[in-house]
Ligand binder design. Structure first.
Ligand SMILES: [Zn+2]
Length: 451
C-alpha cells in the first residue's frame, strides 16, 4: 500500500512539473517588435516597422504599435533588421567532409554514426538562421529518421523535407563502387536501371520516408565525369518523375547540360540542381514550367579556389562558372524561381557556412542583395512546399523570424556570423533570444563602450 501511495504522489508531482514546463515554453501574450528595419523576404526594406506575433503566427505588420495588452512582450529593435528565417534548398544532412575519404559516399562510417552527424548538422543549420531545409539526398533513410526526431523534439532542427538516396544508373558518374568489390551495399547512391526498376526504386524510397526524390541525370558540377552525357534514358527519367508525382512527392535532378535541362523541364521535374549550361532558351522553358533552379555555385567556386577539381582541367569548370555568373542575372530578371542551397559538408565546404553563397551571388553575379535574400526566403519556402505560409513576413504566415544586428542589404556578409543573429524564432517560439540586452545596448552606445 505504501508503495502505491508513493507511486501516486510521484505521478502527481510529475504532472505538476510538466504543467509548469508547458507554461514556460508557451508564449502567454503577444510578441511585438517595434522600430524594425523590415526585410519581408520579397520587397525592399521598410524602416520603422512593427511586427506582431501571436502564438505561431504573424498577426500584424505595419508602422503603428498596437494598444498594449497584459502579457505582451514589447521589443524595440532600434532599427535592427527583422527578416524571415532562411531556407536552404539543397541540404545534405549526413555530409561530413565528403570527397576526402576513399570509400563511396554514404559508406564512410556506420549508419548510426552518420545519423549523429546529421543531427548535429541540422542543429547547426537552425542556429545559423536557417529555419527550413530541403534535402538533396542522404543514405540509409537517415533523413526520414531525422524528420521524425525533429518533429518529436529529440533533435533541434529546422523544418525539414527528407530526401531519398541519389538514384543513379549502373556505371553512371556517381556510381563510384569499384566493380571488383562485388559489393551490393547502398550508400548514398542507389543503382537502378530501366523504367520498371526506377519506378520501383522511387516508390521504395517514398515508403522509407523520402518526401523528395533525388536523381543523377548527368555528371558535371564537381562530379567526376564529363557533363555532356545523359546518363538516364528519357524513359527512365519520365518514369521516375511520374512515379514520384503519383504519390505527391517532388523530384530534383543533378543536371548540367542543356539537352538534359530542356528534357527534364519538359517531363515536369520540379527542381534542377546546378543547371551549368543554362541559356536563354532554357530560361524561357524553365519560367514557363515554373521549375525551381538551385545553382549552388559555392561548391565549384570553392573547389577552384582549393585547386581540388578532379574531373578534367580546371579551365572547363572555370568556364562553366563564369558562364553562370553571366546567366544568373538574366534568369533572375526573367523570373526563374532561384533558391539558395549548396553541398555543405563536402570537403572544403563545412556545414555552418550556409550564408557564404549569398555573398557569392551578390559579388560574382551582381545580383541585388534583396533578390538573393528572396532566394533564401520566399523562393525557399515555395520549394519547401509552403509558398503561402512561410518565407515572407506578412499577417497570417508562420512566425519563422530572424533579428539581425546589422543590415544584410548594406552588407550581405553579416548573415555569415551567428553572433549577428540576435534572435531566431521558429513557429512563434524563440530558439535563440539575445534581445533583452537591446535596451541598454543601442548601436551608438556600443561604439563608445567598445574596449
Ligand atoms: Zn548535392
Amino acid at each position: 500500500l505504501q508503495n502505491a501511495v508513493l507511486h501516486h504522489r510521484i505521478v502527481v508531482l510529475e504532472r505538476a512539473s510538466t504543467r509548469i514546463h508547458e507554461q514556460e515554453g508557451r508564449t502567454v501574450g503577444r510578441i511585438i517588435f517595434t522600430n524594425a528595419n523590415l526585410l519581408d523576404g520579397d520587397r525592399p526594406a521598410r524602416p520603422h516597422s512593427t511586427v506582431v506575433v501571436e502564438g505561431k503566427l504573424i498577426t500584424a505588420v505595419g508602422t503603428d504599435a498596437p494598444a498594449r495588452q497584459v502579457g505582451d512582450r514589447l521589443i524595440d529593435l532600434g532599427g535592427r533588421t527583422l527578416m524571415p528565417g532562411m531556407i536552404t534548398g539543397h541540404f545534405h544532412a549526413t555530409y561530413d567532409e565528403v570527397g576526402a575519404r576513399p570509400e563511396p559516399y554514404g559508406l564512410e562510417a556506420p549508419p548510426a554514426y552518420q545519423a549523429i552527424v546529421a543531427a548535429r548538422n541540422l542543429e547547426t543549420a537552425l542556429s545559423s538562421g536557417f529555419t527550413g531545409a530541403v534535402s538533396a539526398g542522404a543514405p540509409h533513410d537517415i533523413d526520414a529518421a531525422m524528420h521524425l526526431a525533429i518533429r518529436r523534439g529529440l533533435v533541434r532542427g529546422p523544418r525539414f523535407v527528407p530526401g531519398s538516396r541519389e538514384l543513379s544508373t549502373t556505371g553512371h558518374a556517381n556510381d563510384s563502387m569499384p566493380w571488383y568489390w562485388e559489393a551490393q551495399a547502398w550508400g548514398g547512391m542507389r543503382r537502378c536501371d530501366g523504367e520498371v526498376e526506377i519506378r520501383r526504386a522511387v516508390r521504395d524510397e517514398i515508403k522509407r520516408g523520402a518526401r523528395i526524390i533525388k536523381l543523377f541525370v548527368t555528371g558535371g558540377h564537381g562530379v567526376a565525369a564529363p557533363k555532356d552525357h545523359l546518363e538516364m534514358t528519357p524513359g527512365e527519367l519520365e518514369s521516375a518523375i511520374d512515379a514520384a508525382h503519383a504519390r505527391g512527392v517532388r523530384v530534383r535532378g543533378h543536371i548540367t547540360n542543356k539537352a538534359a535541362i530542356l528534357l527534364a523541364v519538359r517531363l515536369g521535374i520540379d527542381i534542377i540542381d546546378h543547371a551549368d549550361d543554362l541559356d536563354e532558351e532554357c530560361i524561357e522553358a524553365i519560367v514557363r514550367a515554373g521549375t525551381f533552379v538551385v545553382p549552388s555555385l559555392l561548391l565549384p567556386t570553392t573547389l577552384l579556389a582549393l585547386g581540388q577539381t578532379h574531373h578534367g582541367p580546371d579551365a572547363a569548370m572555370r568556364a562553366a562558372l563564369e558562364h553562370m555568373h553571366k546567366m544568373l542575372p538574366l534568369a533572375n530578371d526573367a523570373g526563374v524561381k532561384l533558391v539558395a542551397g549548396d553541398d555543405y559538408g563536402a570537403a572544403g565546404l563545412p556545414h555552418g557556412t550556409y550564408a557564404t553563397e549569398l555573398e557569392l551571388y551578390v559579388r560574382d553575379c551582381g545580383i541585388a542583395p534583396v533578390d538573393v535574400i528572396r532566394w533564401a526566403t520566399k523562393n525557399g519556402a515555395a520549394l519547401l512546399g509552403r509558398p503561402d505560409d512561410l518565407g515572407v513576413v506578412e499577417p497570417g504566415r508562420r512566425a519563422d523570424l530572424l533579428v539581425v544586428d546589422a543590415d544584410p542589404v548594406a552588407d550581405i556578409t553579416v548573415l555569415q556570423e551567428p553572433e549577428n543573429l540576435l534572435a531566431i524564432m521558429l513557429d512563434g517560439a524563440f530558439t535563440k533570444d539575445a534581445l533583452d540586452a537591446l535596451a541598454s545596448d543601442a548601436p551608438e552606445r556600443r561604439e563608445t563602450s567598445a574596449p
